[in-house]
Design a protein around this ligand. Sequence first.
Ligand SMILES: Cc1ncc(COP(=O)(O)O)c(C=O)c1O
Length: 364
Amino acid sequence: MSITSYVRSAVSPAKAYKLSPRQIHEDSIFLNLNESPYSLVPKAQAVLESFKTGNRYPDFSQVELRSVIGDYVGFAPERIACGAGLDDVFQILATLFIEPGKEVIISNPTFGMYETFFPLHGAKIVDVPIGPAPDFALDVDGIIGAINDNTAMVIVCNPNNPTGTFFPLEQIERLCENVSCPVAIDEAYAEFSAEHHLEFANKHDNAIVLRTLSKFAGLAGYRVGYGIFPEDMVPYVSAATPAFANVSGLSAAIAIACLEDLDTLKANRDEQVAERERVTSLLNEIEGVTAYPSSTNFVLFKLVDEETATSALAALAARHIYVRHYPQANLNIADHLRVSIGLPHENTAFLNALEETLANGGTS
Ligand SMILES: Cc1ncc(COP(=O)(O)O)c(C=O)c1O
């Protein structure tokens, strides 16, 4: 019998999460993965240069990291679980809640990892799509109506990736109040938004707030994410988390140093938010482009049709400027592109290139 016949049926290569390999050129401008464009804050850079204890295991249970994160968000460290990026915290959610055949409710278009990852654990994805542009409204009643005895969890991404929309807090609150299953609120982009859900983690015993240091703190390459779990879940969460939370000693030390320099992180964030507003209004000045308001570090914009979006994507890539396209028919945004906010000169280079490309019929 072939070795592959032993692989669980939930694991399908056809459904793997795919990203194109990074094209590295001297002048590449990466605006496709919502990364931070800033280098490490000085304190974290100093940690990186002096870190010498890679032969030792990290702090068991990442007590110090969880305590520094706890101080940052205002929760006891026991309520915090860490992982190697937020993607890895999804693993804790799956270990806690997913049995084969259980349902996970999501609202497309949203972060693609939910749809790829949870089915690996046998979950069935139930999509209650958000409404059309420009509102991209969350269908709270649709989600409540989709709950049944088989529901393992609802995941809401707020602010939502890739639309950039912030669903009003009252709606998320209504959702938490009207369902008894866990509601995981992915607020990976919380620091770029005027509002967040931290207080829900105290008010609602089914709310789990998910965050990452990849975006605001610029640590995408170091892989540190976390979740804030309900008080009653604490012993279960710690049983479901690997001994060192999959966070390396170096990544933990860098994350701690970053969170001790919040002034620099906030100044970077403020510049990005100002740039986001500049990019949004300049995009809207380009003929044939409609950009939507965003509460994140990226902007989704519509082009006249799918063909224009595909050719603009290729023309930008030919100039080594990378943005994101979502061709999947079920997402209904194939005529859109998503651009991450980079440094001011990168954003300007993108805007100029897009304008020129569209003026040339999207071909160069
Ligand atoms: C909504 C959302 N959640 C989670 C993640 C994953 O973040 P991390 O880098 O912490 O794994 C991303 C990354 O782009 C994201 O957009």
